[in-house]
Design a protein around this ligand. Structure first.
Ligand code: AP5
Ligand code: MG
Ligand code: ZN
Length: 252
């Protein structure tokens, strides 16, 4: 299945094309990099992977891919992939590995070939092994693990609203759009995600514990893990993440 068949190309955001984060202050100045960053952002649902990945893409000048955004885009486009993914996403299940690995492989051979920020992939050990094979002989530079308590992510997800047009992220409590229901960036409709229901959130968090949490130890053993406290103001979290990346990579 190709990108044109799936409509996935529009789900792959780049440093220029990433959904903006309304209300965000400019990201910290990029570190002088002689080589592009290869980064994975890990963290449970609602830990802020998407929020931070958008800022990091701008900061380091590398494209950002969220497999969740890519699947949502495929669902919107009505593609064959979207129809397959929708069934799993709505109940909070993982989309099967063969579909997910295929889109990341395509991305890494294209827009991501000179560095990337992966958000929401890998999500289990099989996907992590597939990623290592795709990159070989190169490796990831660092895996940032955003640490937030379950109580806090439940609070964040209950309040999350997303622009159905450009993907900009809001929170009805902390960061509402200026006009209720309308995106500050593009004027599109701002709505709750289909998988932000109580039942689907519970299912996603359970899958995180059983399938994704083991990656924390996996990447620790590989010497790639940088755990960051992802609570508090999003700008502060960005500062901590940038400091962790720079410490881990020696600014590349
Ligand atoms: P995906 O879209 O990746 O969803 P997720 O993993 O459930 O993660 P979220 O997007 O919910 O959370 P986030 O960490 O990005 O947090 P955010 O920045 O939005 O995946 C969706 C589905 O697609 C999966 O369930 C699965 O079906 C499928 N899928 C995707 N990848 C797959 C894979 N690899 N394999 C198989 N299936 C796959 O922040 C959340 C809220 O908190 C927002 O309202 C935000 O404004 C707010 N917020 C962020 N930071 C802060 C802060 N510091 N303080 C206060 N509020 C904050
Ligand atoms: Mg996300
Ligand atoms: Zn918008």
């Amino acid at each position: 299945m190709t990108a044109s068949e799936t409509g996935l190309s529009s789900g792959v955001t780049t440093a220029l094309g990433t959904a903006p984060s309304p209300g965000a202050v400019p990201a910290p100045a990029p570190s002088p990099a002689s080589r592009a960053l290869r980064l994975v952002v890990l963290g449970r649902q609602g830990s802020g992977k998407g929020t931070q990945a958008v800022r990091l893409a701008e900061c380091y000048g590398v494209p950002h891919i969220s497999t969740g955004d890519a699947f949502r885009s495929a669902v919107r486009s009505g593609s064959e992939l979207g129809a397959k993914a929708k069934v799993f996403m709505e109940t909070g299940e993982l989309v099967p590995d063969d579909l997910t690995v295929g889109i990341v492989e395509e991305y890494l051979a294209g827009a991501g070939q000179h560095g990337f920020i992966l958000d929401g992939f890998p999500r289990n050990v099989r996907q992590a092994e597939a990623l290592a094979r795709m990159l070989a002989p190169a490796r990831l530079d660092v895996v940032v693990n955003l640490e937030v308590s379950t109580e806090e992510v439940l609070r964040r997800l209950a309040g999350r609203r997303v622009c159905t047009n450009c993907g900009a992220n809001y929170n009805v409590v902390d960061n509402p759009p200026s006009v209720p229901g309308r995106c500050d960036v593009c004027g599109g409709a701002v709505a709750q995600r289909a998988d932000d229901t109580e039942e689907a959130i519970r299912q996603r968090l359970e899958i995180y514990e059983s399938a994704t949490a083991p990656l924390v130890d996996w990447y620790k053993e590989e010497g790639l893990l940088a755990t960051v406290d992802a609570t508090g103001d999003p700008d502060l979290v960005t500062e901590r993440v940038v400091a962790a990346i720079d410490a881990a990579t020696g600014s590349l």
